[in-house]
Ligand binder design. Structure first.
Ligand SMILES: [Zn+2]
Length: 67
């Protein structure tokens, strides 16, 4: 069944069982437990900036800022 969390994100849940006083819903993604294969292309390689090194993750056009 379609569900929505308190931040407006939509996701689906599978009703596993219905009892008199409880419903069990599996919120795992349908692909959970499946082997997934991803293909990607390296667009650019550059040294990390001092800020990135201090944060421990990459920034940039596709990254994130403001912390
Ligand atoms: Zn950061």
């Amino acid at each position: 069944m379609p569900l929505q969390d308190n931040q407006g994100n939509h996701f689906r849940g599978q009703v596993v069982s219905v009892a008199e006083d409880a419903i069990i819903v599996d919120l795992n993604h349908p692909m959970a437990g499946q082997p997934l294969h991803f293909k990607g292309t390296i667009l650019n390689v550059r040294p990390a900036t001092p800020e990135e090194l201090s944060h421990g993750h990459a920034h940039g056009p596709d990254g994130h800022h403001g912390h």
